[in-house]
Design a binder for this molecule. Structure first.
Ligand SMILES: Nc1ncnc2c1ncn2[C@@H]1O[C@H](COP(=O)(O)OP(=O)(O)OP(=O)(O)O)[C@@H](O)[C@H]1O
Ligand SMILES: [Zn+2]
Length: 690
């Protein structure tokens, strides 16, 4: 019999599959099983041994058969990945203009891509022994209020592809809706299937995506307690490789029925997926910013469409893309207008004019008085400052020297507790100079204020208060973020200082005051998405206050924003908690200015030692192909031009039609590859940072 020819993809930048021969039977076999599409195989490629995935087979090859190599080993202990999964990868590869192999293989856990099968065999063995049920004391499940019930029923009752926006104000109990809808889906799946054995073989799976899993241990605990007897798998980059493989296999085998993960989980193998939930769907962390620059939200919607299942996008501040779909009726909108806890109300938002009430240690007297009141009453406060470090720069008054990074177009940030200057872009670290490097002046001054400096000032101002800072620096150790949030929930903290890490979905029960410091810079950014983001961020952080009813003798929940621009319309919308109106007017602006979601964009980035080289490459790229109907802008240096001694420039491409843009990009990428330029370039489809 002729050996079939297998097409295999590998993790290489070469945009093609490679032909290999099926392995010949071992001595004592008459015929070896032919590897199927979706199967992982080991083979030699050039001089290397690598892991690839079979994507198809054929009778013919353009390469003479005697030149073809045989596949060396088949990972047949692993069930092949399903055709639907391969189709998802194909879509992502086409849409984001990447070779299929660079989507398929990096999407799998590392331990599946190694040449030994030790960890795979170990993980499979461990999984086969795992009792599907985990011990959990079922917790009290709150009775849903009417709008929550309606939403949960609508989700669980949806048939076929059903994209749903769950638009609920902060604290409206969206999580409870997800969980009760999920419970209904898991239960009805078991009832509907006629034979019990079929149900046992194919129980429904539910994918829940969250922006950052380490920040939501509450949710994971809640899910485990809620679904005793159901295997829950988590998938995120914080897992050790062994664990990650085990969880991935649990999803792939169908044993895990609830999969809770960050953006990377959207590429998991989920053979019985019946419902997808994306919490905080507006969150920028759903966008992968390197390699395959995908939007997990968009891929999830595609997946739901492919499988004809419902998908829930939950947020108090939906992205404008999602809002646009809800307005046009493509997505169904379900609303939760009230906070879920009885008598809990949205906080009153007030602006403090910093021109009139001049801050000391970064705090206006109004905010200080409000903090004092909370301390006296034993309530918690949160100060939100989205800038980590002590001060963004240090400077010499005498000669004007500032702490520039020598490798980037940015400043070295002062990190006082660590006694270091750090560049947040290239990670360069230096000791803090004792005197000015140019004039020798010993009196170097920190300019501006980050979370560390705020913490120092607060401790001086309120020596009796328990102050805790949560930011990327204070939570570097594994588990430290969780420990920090636990101490806030226990009530061991009076004043919490935090960056955007503290704003994401936390259900702080004792918090009655939120102070927002320094949000103004984003008002005047040249990025057209800045105001959408700032608004969402302010609404989210404001939403951490007042999640329970006001106690007797307690303070009403309140949000104080320190600003120099109290007249700015964005703040007026925050005060009114008026997302609808704000989003609608932003959409109008976008439509008039021909910006997304009314136009589709792609961004070509180039990197070189010299800026001119990068720009030249982009100029060539702009003219290398006819482009009717495609708008190609002039190449420009990126705002932060130099990072780690590399200069960066970008070229924006736009088109009112997505298919036309896609068709152009496919041809264009081929032309760019053919240029064989030494400039490093990358293409991003639907870019979010321009
Ligand atoms: N039906 C209900 N009755 C009483 N309490 C409820 C009910 N539903 C939810 N809650 C409680 O309301 C609080 C807020 O819920 P949750 O954290 O789910 O809000 P959310 O809509 O996700 O808010 P955010 O957008 O701010 O993350 C939680 O403490 C939750 O336990
Ligand atoms: Zn740097």
């Amino acid at each position: 019999m002729k050996q079939p020819i297998l097409q295999v993809v590998l993790d290489t930048p070469l945009d093609s599959s490679f032909d290999y021969l099926s392995p010949s039977p071992a001595g004592d076999e008459t015929a070896a099983a032919i590897p199927q599409a979706g199967q992982l195989v080991q083979l030699s490629f050039g001089r290397r041994e690598v892991i690839g995935m079979v994507i198809g087979s054929s009778e013919h090859s353009d390469v003479p058969v005697d030149k073809l190599k045989e596949i060396q080993a088949v990972r047949d202990q692993l069930k092949p990945l399903a055709p639907e999964w391969l189709a998802l990868c194909r879509f992502a590869a086409n849409y984001y203009q990447r070779p299929l192999g660079e989507v398929v293989l990096p999407g799998l856990p590392k331990n599946l891509r190694t040449l030994t099968t030790v960890s795979l065999d170990r993980a499979l063995k461990k999984l086969s022994k795992t009792d599907e049920t985990h011990d959990a004391t079922p917790i009290d499940v709150p009775a849903l209020n009417a709008s929550q019930q309606q939403a949960a029923d609508a989700i669980a009752g949806a048939n076929g592809f059903a994209p749903i926006l769950l638009y609920g104000v902060t604290g409206s109990g969206k999580t409870e809706v997800y969980l009760q809808a999920a419970a209904q889906v898991l239960a009805s799946d078991t009832e509907n299937i006629e034979s019990a054995s079929e149900a046992a073989e194919n129980p429904a799976q539910i994918l829940i995506l969250v922006p950052e899993i380490n920040l939501t241990p509450q949710l994971e605990g809640n899910i485990r307690a809620r679904f005793p007897g159901v295997m829950v798998a988590t998938l995120h980059s914080g897992l050790a490789e062994g664990e990650r493989l085990r969880h991935w296999l649990a999803a792939h085998s169908g044993q895990a029925r609830i999969i809770l993960g960050t953006r990377l989980a959207v590429l998991a193998s989920l053979p019985h997926l019946k419902l997808i939930i994306i919490d905080e769907e507006h969150d920028p962390s759903y966008k992968q910013q390197e390699g395959l620059r995908y939007s997990a939200r968009d891929l999830a919607v595609w997946r739901a469409h492919q499988l004809k299942i419902p998908i829930v996008l939950g947020s108090a501040t939906p992205s404008l893309e999602t809002w646009h779909h809800a307005q046009s009726g493509r997505y169904r909108k379900l609303e939760l207008r009230e906070r879920a806890v009885k008598n809990a109300v949205l906080p009153a938002v007030r602006l403090i004019d910093m021109e009139r009430d001049k801050p000391t240690e970064g705090l206006t007297s109004t905010l200080v008085a409000a903090l004092k009141q909370r301390l006296q009453r034993g309530e918690q406060s949160l100060l939100f400052l989205n800038r980590r470090g002590y001060a963004p720069v240090i400077a010499c008054d005498a000669c004007g020297w500032v702490s520039n990074c020598t490798r980037c177009t940015s400043f070295m940030v002062l990190h006082k507790p660590e006694h270091r200057l750090r560049c947040h872009h290239c990670s360069l670290e230096l000791r803090i100079p004792k005197s000015c490097p140019t004039c020798g002046n010993v009196d170097l001054q920190p300019l501006g204020r980050g979370t560390q400096r705020l913490e120092e000032g607060l401790k001086k101002m309120f020596p009796e208060a328990r102050v805790l800072r949560i930011d990327a620096d204070s939570t570097r150790r594994k588990g430290s973020a969780q420990a920090a949030f636990d101490s806030v929930h226990r009530g061991d903290v009076d004043i919490l200082i935090g960056t955007q890490m503290v704003a994401k979905g936390h259900d702080f029960q004792k918090l009655t005051l939120v102070g927002i410091l320094n949000p103004d810079t984003a008002l005047f950014s040249h990025d057209y998405r800045a105001s959408e983001r700032l608004f969402a961020q302010l609404m989210q952080v404001a939403g951490r206050a007042g999640r329970t009813a006001q106690k007797e003798g307690g303070s009403p929940s309140e949000v104080l924003i320190q600003t120099r621009y109290p007249q700015h319309p964005l703040y007026a919308a925050v005060i009114a908690h008026d997302y609808d109106h704000f989003a609608t007017s932003l959409l109008e602006e976008r439509q008039q200015a021909h910006l997304p979601p009314y136009i589709f964009q792609a961004l070509l980035r180039a990197e070189a030692r010299e800026l001119e080289t990068a720009i030249e490459f982009l100029q060539q790229a702009a003219t290398c192909l006819a482009h009717d109907g495609i708008i190609i802008h002039d190449p420009i240096p990126m705002t932060m031009t130099r990072v780690a001694n590399v200069d960066r420039a970008q070229l924006l491409i736009e088109c009112p039609s997505r298919p036309a843009l896609q068709a152009f990009l496919t041809e264009w990428v081929a032309a760019l590859r053919a240029m064989k330029s030494r400039v490093k370039w990358s293409l991003e489809v639907d870019p979010v940072d321009i």
